[in-house]
Design a protein around this ligand. Structure first.
Ligand SMILES: Nc1ncnc2c1ncn2[C@@H]1O[C@H](COP(=O)(O)OP(=O)(O)OP(=O)(O)O)[C@@H](O)[C@H]1O
Ligand SMILES: [Mg+2]
Length: 397
């Protein structure tokens, strides 16, 4: 049924007002009736009111019923509205012509109320069923397309992994380069977004020295992150990074200060819940920070994607630090829709990504898991398909 009219909206078109009145009287109790006395008026009403069914007289001056039926059936917007011809003519040839033009039925004047209502009800029900079926087909097609994309991603990931094994050293170098590009990309993004923010404020005459001075530290931090990464490349093969004791909450604050802007820019709320008694852990601080950045960047991506589909969606990330038995844990949970069940088993595979070509390396989670394992910890994913994803890091106390 059309919106706002649960009863069903019927348009009666007849150039003879007495005929309209007669028919309308019989239907008004059960339907919301609108009327037109010419083809042109009917076209306007169809446009403005989207009726659920049209009762159409054949003999009308200027544009007769056949012509109006032809026009409506040609227009994709209106072609699914069932048309029943109502006419004094009862010739077989006329009926055949009307049906050939796409009408669903034929009523002969004077219309018998019970028969007319029964036919109208049948055609309205048929239309509803058809709309329902079309919606189901559309939904299934969407699901199939999504499944197909995932299968492609899985295949590509398997193919790349196989290529890596066979390609030996060259592939390993390629992986390292891609991984570095991936890690450098994050601080570069922060720098670029901060500067773009300045440009925007400047254009509106709102850029102040205080704002710039406030942001300079963010820029410096990110520049030094990039230079640290470049140092990593230089020292790769000579792993000399220091393992030390640090508090997860301190690294979390540092990491958030790097990427909080990117979240705020997308209207994402970040909630943090910290157990202040959580003891320190033993790991390489910069690498742990990298893991947090990877997880946060994944959540941000999922949330922004969902927000683009639904304006009313309220994107949210919850981060908590807590103790569990002999471990200190940090969990990042978002409400970005979670991971498709088909992809669950693959997300930690190197190079597995569902992002469009060129946007994701698919290394974020595999590198993160490797790093956490190196510190005798665990990185687990708890999926709530359709709702969100939770990633839990646990490290020995
Ligand atoms: N929070 C999340 N919500 C939904 N899907 C996620 C989330 N985190 C990861 N994923 C899924 O796991 C896949 C792999 O993530 P990973 O971080 O390894 O690579 P990526 O994000 O695709 O690429 P990159 O990290 O280089 O940007 C993602 O493509 C996405 O499909
Ligand atoms: Mg990622």
């Amino acid at each position: 049924m059309s919106q706002g009219s649960p009863k069903g909206k019927i348009l009666i078109v007849d150039d003879f007002p007495a005929s309209i009145k007669n028919l309308a009287n019989k239907l008004e109790e059960d339907y919301f009736v609108i009327t037109a006395t010419s083809g042109a008026e009917a076209l306007k009403l169809v446009n403005a009111e989207s009726p659920d069914l049209i009762l159409l007289d054949i003999m009308m001056p200027v544009m007769d019923g056949y012509e109006l039926c032809r026009v409506l059936k040609k227009d994709a917007k209106f072609s699914t509205i069932p048309i029943i011809f109502v006419t004094a003519r009862a010739e077989d040839a006329d009926q055949a012509k009307g049906l050939a033009l796409g009408a669903v039925d034929y009523l002969v004047k004077p219309v018998n109320a019970a028969i007319g209502k029964a036919r109208i009800r049948t055609h309205l029900e048929l239309r509803q069923h058809r709309a329902h079926l079309e919606k189901m087909v559309e939904e299934r097609t969407g699901q199939l397309n999504k499944a197909l994309k995932l299968l492609q991603a899985k295949k590509e990931s398997e193919f790349r992994q196989a290529a890596e094994v066979h390609g030996g050293r060259l592939a390993a170098l390629g992986e390292m380069a891609t991984s570095m590009a991936h890690e450098i990309n994050q601080p570069l993004n922060v720098i670029s977004i901060t500067v773009q923010g300045w440009q925007l404020l400047n254009r509106r005459g709102l850029l102040t020295t205080e704002k710039m001075l406030g942001d300079v530290q963010i820029l410096l931090d990110n520049v030094s992150r990039i230079s640290r990464l470049i140092d990593h490349v230089r020292t790769l093969g000579h792993p000399s990074q220091e393992i030390c004791r640090f508090y997860l909450q301190d690294v979390l604050q540092d990491t958030l200060s790097l990427c909080r802007m990117q979240f705020l820019n997308h209207g994402i709320t970040i909630d943090v819940d910290i157990d202040d008694n959580a003891p320190p852990v033993k790991a390489v601080q910069s690498e742990f920070e990298q893991v947090l950045l990877n997880l946060l960047s994944n959540s941000r991506y999922a949330l922004v994607e969902r927000k683009e589909e639904d304006d009313f969606f309220e994107p949210r990330v919850n981060i908590c630090i807590y103790q569990q038995n002999d471990r200190v844990c940090l969990a990042i949970e978002d409400n970005g829709g979670g991971i498709d069940q088909m992809a669950e088993e693959n997300i930690f595979d190197p190079f597995f990504t569902t992002k469009p070509a060129g946007q994701g390396t698919g290394l974020g989670l595999s590198i993160s898991r490797q790093l956490i394992h190196k510190f005798n910890g665990e990185l687990k994913m708890i999926n709530k398909p359709g709702q969100g994803a939770r990633f839990e890091i646990s490290l020995p106390k």
